[in-house]
Ligand binder design. Structure first.
Ligand SMILES: NC(=O)c1ccc[n+]([C@@H]2O[C@H](COP(=O)([O-])OP(=O)(O)OC[C@H]3O[C@@H](n4cnc5c(N)ncnc54)[C@H](O)[C@@H]3O)[C@@H](O)[C@H]2O)c1
Length: 334
């Protein structure tokens, strides 16, 4: 297979991981070039991985890569996606599309106008457990769902500066649950009622966010999901989706590294060390995400998550954030 050049912009927490995964999953089929506003960081990551560093984002675009991965802070997503679309280059961009639904709109318009290829990083769509849940539900094995619980629980908070710029707990964390629930059931969430609490570091409240929250999300057919998130699940990183149906129940995330222990006597579960971060909980899904992007660039596979789908999940998160601040249930604005 002829090799392709992939440019990756932003080698921070998640970008450095995507860079390593691109090389690990594609071998000689991908030539990787990385760039960062912090050029020294790009040099360091490139040296560690044995790939090329571009001296700037402009220099990376000048290499005319076949695909571009964007893993910079959220407020820089939209301008870089639009630049890649203008250059006719397929894009993978981390979620969310932009810092707000309004700021995402020019990206959606550009995609619809040009037919540009843009994959958004909702990695749960490539996670084995979530895929099995989608298959089982779609095949009718669970019957109709009477109870849905989704949990995104970080084991420790990210830096407060990150939280301040994140758009809030529902936009930063639960947006993954809103996306996976809509993708998995094929139904849209139409109404949300949310509450939050602050019992951790007061700095989180000081920047206007909550450290824990739950949203009741109502689907088109009236089914209700409880969607919870926290920054303080000290036992481990816990991403779980419980689907309880009229015929059968299925839990995603109930693996050997599940972070809760059973209160029942003489029952040792789980066996392994709990996941600490999203990196280890979704290690395989992140690798699949980069494989899927390379296939997309080669026009050999589907787009796992489009801009329109990601924006729709962001609209649910917007409604949850608004409900949190107003205390009133909110319709999802579409
Ligand atoms: N899908 C997931 O599970 C997941 C998990 C974590 C983060 N994210 C998303 O990934 C994005 C990055 O998050 P992170 O935690 O890696 O952030 P980070 O701050 O650790 O890394 C961002 C990197 O981008 C660089 N950068 C910033 N602006 C730039 C620009 N204009 N041009 C070039 N480089 C630039 C920074 O120097 C830094 O190295 C965020 O949008 C976040 O929402 C997604």
């Amino acid at each position: 297979m002829t090799s392709i050049v992939v440019g990756l912009i932003g080698v921070g927490r998640i970008g450095a991981m995507h860079a390593a995964n691109l090389l690990a999953t594609s071998g000689d089929d991908v030539e990787l070039v990385v760039a960062d506003v912090d050029a020294a960081r790009a040099e360091r990551v490139a040296a560690a991985l044995g790939c090329e560093a571009a001296s700037s984002v402009d220099a990376l675009f000048a290499r005319r890569p076949h695909g571009i991965v964007i893993a910079v802070g959220t407020s820089h997503h939209a301008p870089l996606i639009l630049r890649a679309i203008d250059a006719g280059i397929p894009v993978f961009c981390e979620k969310p599309v932009a810092e707000s639904t309004a700021a995402s709109q020019p990206v959606l318009e550009a995609v619809e106008r040009t037919g540009a290829v843009v994959q958004i990083g909702h990695q749960r769509r490539l996670d084995a457990g979530h895929l099995e849940a989608k298959r089982a539900y779609g095949a009718g094995e669970l019957g109709w769902l009477h109870t849905i619980r989704a949990v995104t629980a970080d084991s420790f908070p990210p830096p407060v500066e990150f939280i301040a710029a994140s758009g809030g707990l529902f936009r930063d964390c639960s947006v993954h649950d809103f996306d996976s629930l809509q993708w998995l059931t094929g139904q849209r969430i139409v109404e949300v009622m949310a509450r939050g609490s602050n019992n951790g570091d007061p700095a989180i409240a000081a920047v206007g966010d909550v450290d824990s929250a739950t949203a009741l999300a109502v689907f088109e057919d009236g089914t209700i999901a409880a969607v919870s998130a926290t920054r303080y699940n000290g036992a481990g990183h816990d991403v779980r989706l419980e689907l309880q149906g009229s015929l059968a129940s299925l839990h995603v995330g109930l693996d050997a590294s599940y972070s809760a222990r059973s209160a029942e006597p003489h029952f040792e579960y789980p066996a392994a060390t709990p996941h600490r971060t999203f990196h280890d909980r979704f290690a395989a899904a992140y690798r699949e995400e980069m494989r899927a992007f390379v296939r997309l660039v080669r026009e050999q596979g589907p787009n796992p998550c489009t801009v329109a789908e990601a924006i729709d999940a962001s609209r649910v998160a917007d409604a949850a954030q608004l409900s949190l601040t107003t205390g009133v249930a909110q319709q999802v604005q579409r």
